[in-house]
Design a protein around this ligand. Structure first.
Ligand SMILES: Nc1ncnc2c1ncn2[C@@H]1O[C@H](COP(=O)(O)OP(=O)(O)OP(=O)(O)O)[C@@H](O)[C@H]1O
Length: 218
């Protein structure tokens, strides 16, 4: 297992604002970090750079030795990113078929697929929903499915943008358990949310605030 490191990350959106001006972050293996900031501070931008989904203008991101841009395939195999927009679900595809599809996209073997799917069904209480379609599910139920998809391939590096959105206290408890499991297995977890929302009862190892394009300890 590895540490996640970002050093001196800069990002200006083309025709838009300069969002990051030397953001640096170090998340040791086996720890979870809370990242907060005002609306528009750049949390999503930073998380997407950490995930390798967009490039930085300058600076460095590494998970162990892996560079998200140069080792994209390896990086994505080990990483999971949950975006804040409620996308990624097919309205008419049953829950069980989402899980099958994601398992295949992650190249899980048949045995792994069965084991991991069963684990996620359990972890996010999806048993009753297996034959339901997202267009007939509540927001919180859909969020549990998105979370199951996030953790399905057993990622070591987990980047979550406002993951508690729409979750009730039961859903939140399920998510807390997965955060704890990721830490316990030596993974790295970053959880981003707007400033002022509280820590959702999670005992994060570190809390950073994104302010003026830089990360400062809370
Ligand atoms: N694709 C884009 N093109 C241009 N500007 C963008 C783009 N995405 C984000 N921005 C701008 O970058 C800034 C930071 O946005 P970002 O979504 O990273 O903030 P955030 O901290 O996640 O905000 P929130 O708490 O509201 O989710 C905002 O001013 C936003 O308008």
């Amino acid at each position: 297992m590895s540490d996640l490191r970002a050093h001196g990350v800069h990002k200006t959106w083309r025709g838009g604002p300069t969002v990051l001006e030397g953001a640096s972050l170090d998340v040791p293996a086996g720890t979870s970090t809370l990242l907060t900031g005002r609306n528009g501070a750049g949390k999503t931008t930073l998380l997407r750079i950490l995930a390798g989904l967009i490039g930085a203008d300058a600076g460095e991101v590494r998970y162990g030795d892996l560079d998200p841009e140069r080792s994209a395939t390896d990086y994505r195999r080990r990483m999971a990113y949950l975006g804040v927009v409620s996308a990624g679900l097919y309205p008419r595809l049953k829950v069980r078929h989402h899980l099958d599809l994601w398992a295949r996209l992650a190249y899980l073997s048949a045995a792994e697929q069965d084991a991991r799917t069963a684990e996620m069904v359990e972890a996010f209480a999806l048993r009753e929903l297996l034959d339901r379609r997202p267009d007939r599910m509540s927001m919180g139920q859909r969020q549990r499915l998105r979370l199951a998809g996030t953790f399905l391939h057993g990622p070591e590096l987990v980047l979550l943008d406002e993951p508690a959105n729409s979750l009730d206290d039961v859903g939140l408890e399920l998510l807390r358990t997965m955060v704890a499991r990721t830490r316990a297995s030596g993974g790295v977890l970053v959880w981003a949310q707007p400033f002022g929302e509280g820590a959702h009862g999670i005992d994060f190892d570190a809390h950073w605030v994104l302010e003026g394009g830089k990360l400062v300890p809370a």
